[in-house]
Design a protein. Structure first.
Lengths: 153, 231
């Protein structure tokens, strides 16, 4: 029930993006979807967020329960400046999996971009609880928060 | 992993090593050198290079470049440049801190040769790494010569090693000590960020003494600085 509801939510969130993904050769086969995810990761690693967007959307269209990919999609929206979609998508990923390292990290980074230190620190605290022996996501968010101006809220 | 006889001359079951070599050992077993997927997978140098206690070639990854035997490479390569290339180009990591790069370079020169007879060599297991790393942390906090980033790398790497020990039972170390050490290192980092060096130092010394009483010999000692922490 939860997943069925989420599929509707994510589909609504994705909107027209699924159609655009076809431009990149997406099809219904698992291999092609995995390839989409790999290509999206490569694009994100280069900071090419616009290229990553349709690839991720195509991947999620066939893997609507992939909370890691949905968190990455939210991060892409965030980098592209679509704050409303970013927040909704990242919160969806976190709702699917509250212990998701990616969702907590990217949502924390989103709040840093919005100069919302309080909420960013909440995500850092969540990562601290999840990563019992520490983790790279915690280190990364901590570093980003520490670079924020002391004057932000 | 095993270290060569040249650094394992034992007197009273104590092996002495430089702070640089200690940092190299911790860095070799840290996932925080790398970026991208390697960081997500918590991949370390040691995960691939020290499978048989020596400097054998990588076993798990398909690399773009040939992976050399590290000890052999130390004699014929610019190890610092090689390490920088491996971390940045192969693993999408940030450029290596030069201190860490030189420490890793020092380590490659004393790794036990692959498939060598282990007589006279010394084994560095998880507990030894914690003992070595705690002394290095005490040394650096005491000397106040390390930045927050460098200490963060050291302490977080030690926490990762503790996690590996907790997952790969039996480690020979009580679970309670692993947990207490993890909490201590977490709190020490917060203290360092708050410029509370005295609390950090006292906490590190207290937990180091507990490890001293717990682990099997030989004990590893830094060649300077940390000796005063336990004598």
């Amino acid at each position: 029930m939860i997943r069925a509801t989420l599929a509707v939510v994510v589909a609504l969130l994705l909107g027209n993006g699924m159609a655009r993904a076809d431009d990149y050769g997406a099809d219904s086969g698992d291999d092609a979807k995995t390839q989409n995810q790999l290509l999206a990761e490569a694009a994100m690693a280069r900071g090419n967020w616009a290229a990553a967007l349709p690839l991720l959307e195509a991947h999620i269209a066939g893997h609507y329960d992939d909370d890691e990919a949905i968190a990455e999609l939210g991060n892409v929206y965030s980098h592209l400046g679509d704050t409303e979609m970013a927040l909704q998508t990242l919160k969806s990923a976190l709702w699917m999996n509250p212990r998701s390292l990616e969702a907590n990290l990217y949502l924390g980074e989103f709040y840093v971009r919005q100069n919302d230190r309080t909420r960013a620190l909440e995500r850092l605290a969540a990562l601290d609880r999840i990563c019992i022996f520490g983790c790279g996501e915690y280190r990364r968010l901590k570093k980003v928060i520490s670079s924020m101006s002391a004057t932000v809220r | 992993m095993w270290l060569d006889r040249s650094v394992c001359a034992v007197s009273s079951e104590i092996v002495r090593m430089s702070p640089d070599l200690a940092l190299g050992l911790v860095a070799f077993n840290s996932p925080y050198l790398f970026g991208g997927k390697a960081l997500r997978s918590q991949l370390t140098c040691g995960a691939c290079h020290a499978k048989d206690g020596a400097s054998g070639a990588a076993l798990r990854l398909r690399m773009r470049a040939t992976v050399p035997d590290l000890r052999g490479a130390a004699d014929r390569l610019d190890v610092v440049a090689f390490l920088n290339h491996a971390v940045v180009a192969e693993f999408d990591g940030p450029p290596l801190n030069q201190h860490t790069a030189h420490a890793l370079s020092a380590l490659t020169g004393v790794l036990a040769p692959f498939s060598a007879d282990k007589a006279g060599m010394c084994k560095v297991d998880g507990a030894s790494l914690i003992e070595i790393g705690l002394q290095l942390a005490i040394f650096r906090v005491n000397a106040a010569d390390a930045g927050t980033d460098e200490l963060g790398f050291l302490l977080d790497s030690l926490r990762f090693i503790l996690g590996e020990m907790a997952r790969n039972k039996p480690s020979g170390v009580p679970t309670a000590l692993l947990s207490e050490t993890n909490r201590t290192l977490h709190d020490v980092m917060l203290a360092i960020e708050d410029s509370n060096g005295s609390f950090a130092l006292a906490s590190l010394q207290r937990i180091f003494w507990k490890w001293e009483k717990t682990i099997d010999r030989p004990h590893f000692r830094l060649a300077s600085g940390a000796d005063s922490a336990h004598d």
